[in-house]
Design a protein around this ligand. Structure first.
Ligand code: HPA
Length: 268
């Protein structure tokens, strides 16, 4: 392993539950950040583009969602030159039209986390980043196209709600989230998406439904999440590989200038 402080990748993949081994054979690095050492990041090449792969729960799935050092991970990706992040998340379906195995590219989110470090801007100047469009439209578009090519069907719009975990939700919580307009529930989409935006990085996620959410069809087990992830992993891998080669080299979205309107004028 070597320490990294140079531009070595411009696209990152963050793999979730069951997808730790999405990209094998890449070179492993750890990156020092003001927030601690990042988890191991794997560097490789896909269709001529330098790609970083970060399994967010660690390679052996040993870090629970509420203990992930999101700031170190996102800062590390930024530090090695990453401009775009494609994430994957296992989710429970709240919307009854969604079924286990379905792929979903959410367009909006609701934050129900409780004790996470949500920002890089803890000190002056006070910064309020625009989050009207939490996921990068350009990366979403490519993910939707490639998911459609691969499977013929993908949920192109959905509201993702992030809970603190690590426990699953109660049936009453799921009924509340449904009443609020949420379609899918997971434990890791926040603050990853927020931190990426704060650094002007593009971020979008391709989620897979691993189970119906609590109270819809019996008790939830972590085993069923893993079982579905094993089935969808090859599909998601192909979609991400196709998306990487289809992404335009130059970003055409407004993510890079996200902070322009969030800082006080004349601020540092
Ligand atoms: N709830 C929260 N997170 C999840 C679920 C769920 O039902 N399934 C997979 N991740």
């Amino acid at each position: 392993m070597r320490a990294a402080d140079e531009k070595i990748a411009d696209i990152a993949i963050i793999g979730g539950t069951g997808l730790e081994e999405l990209f094998e054979g890449f070179e492993a690095i750890n990156v020092g950040t003001p927030y601690g050492l990042s988890y191991t990041i794997f560097i490789g090449e896909i269709h001529g583009r330098r790609v970083a792969f970060l399994p967010r729960h660690g390679k052996k799935h040993s870090i629970p969602p509420h203990k992930i050092n999101y700031r170190a991970n996102i800062y590390a990706l930024h530090k090695i030159g990453v401009e775009r992040i494609i994430a994957t998340n296992a989710v429970g379906a709240i919307n009854l039209n969604f079924k286990p195995g379905d792929l979903v590219v959410p367009h909006d989110l609701v934050d129900f986390t409780k004790q996470r470090q949500l920002t890089f801007y803890d000190q002056a100047p006070v910064v309020h980043v625009d989050f009207t469009e939490p996921y990068c439209p350009e990366v979403r578009k490519v993910l939707i196209e490639k998911a459609r090519d691969e499977t013929g069907a993908v949920h192109e719009k959905a509201v993702y709600v992030c809970t603190e975990g690590p426990r699953f939700e109660t049936p009453a919580e799921i009924r509340m989230f449904r009443a609020l307009g949420c379609d899918i529930v997971g434990m890791t989409g926040v603050p990853e998406s927020i931190l990426a935006r704060e650094l002007g990085m593009c971020y979008a996620t391709i989620c897979f439904v691993s189970n119906m959410a609590a109270g819809i069809s019996g008790k939830l087990t972590y085993e069923e999440v893993l079982e579905i992830s094993r089935i969808v992993m090859p599909k998601i891998r192909r979609i991400i590989v196709a998306a990487i080669s289809a992404l335009p080299k130059i970003r055409g979205c407004s993510c890079p200038s996200a902070l322009a309107s969030g800082k006080p004028s004349g601020g540092a």
